[in-house]
Design a protein around this ligand. Structure first.
Ligand code: SAH
Length: 242
């Protein structure tokens, strides 16, 4: 019996957005590895071992997945959203560095938070956009500020992941200051919390009215470009720019 690792995205929360490919991988798995709230979404069954771990141990998790697969287990590593977007897929490949023997590894895509949020609001990412992780856990905050400043200068719409946490209460305020320095006060900004879940909440405000405490770790923030506008209850970015 040869083992394998499959790194999957469970989507933003609604079970209807888990792909058939991900369901099939989970049905074949002997082991599921991931962050506690994501593993909690997997139904227990005979023959399946659930390994839930806390935040910030991504590399340990990835190493465990590779070791189990090399020992013959069928391992699914779960992330929320898409596994390639600020999630476990990169960690699994980092753990591969320096190893001479690797198990078979597959990455299955999922619907990432910004796309689910954008779809719920209309089409705010309908023109060029970028995604920036605001956590300074693995990069200096100055780099985050620089990327936001240059993206605003280039008039990209932006999606911010991990905008604000209890351990980083002030960073998002600094990012709002960076935006205010280069964008008009009317620039639209969307705070999308618990997207696709029963308590989903999407609030759209002008940049002048945006406040730090509108974001938390369950929120993905979308900043429109200079042409992003409202039409009826929707927000969209026109296809034509300039
Ligand atoms: N791999 C995930 C992102 C992990 S980083 C993905 O592709 O979506 C965790 C961040 O994702 C959170 O801080 C938040 O910014 C965002 N996020 C994840 N699920 C979300 C949801 N249902 N609603 C709003 N934001 C979400």
């Amino acid at each position: 019996m040869t083992g394998w690792v499959c790194v999957v995205g469970l989507g933003p929360g609604d079970d209807g957005l888990v792909t058939d490919q991900v369901r099939a991988a989970l049905a074949e798995a002997s082991d599921v590895i991931g962050y506690i709230p994501y593993v909690a979404r997997i139904a227990p069954r005979d023959g399946l071992t659930l390994h839930a771990s806390d935040n910030r141990v991504e590399l340990d998790r990835a190493t465990q997945a590779l070791d189990l697969a090399l020992a013959g287990h069928r391992v699914v590593v779960v992330s929320s959203g898409d596994p390639g977007v600020f999630a476990m897929a990169s960690a699994v490949f980092e753990a591969c560095e320096g190893r001479s023997v690797l198990p078979q590894i597959k990455v299955l895509p999922g619907i990432t938070a910004m796309l689910a949020a954008a779809a719920s609001a209309g089409a705010p990412l309908g023109h060029d956009f970028c995604a920036i992780n605001l956590s300074d856990n693995l990069k200096p905050f100055e780099m985050i500020e620089k990327r936001v400043r240059l993206a605003a200068e280039a008039d990209f719409a932006m999606a911010f992941y991990n905008p604000r946490s209890a351990s980083r209460p002030d960073g998002f305020g600094r990012i709002l200051s960076v935006l205010r320095a280069s964008c008009a006060p009317e620039r639209l900004i969307l705070f999308a919390r618990n997207v696709t879940l029963p308590d989903q909440r999407i609030v759209t405000v002008a940049l002048r009215d945006a406040a730090e405490d509108m974001a938390d770790m369950r929120t993905v923030v979308i900043v429109g470009n200079s042409a992003t506008r409202r039409v009826g209850p929707y927000v969209y970015s026109p296809r034509r720019a300039g």
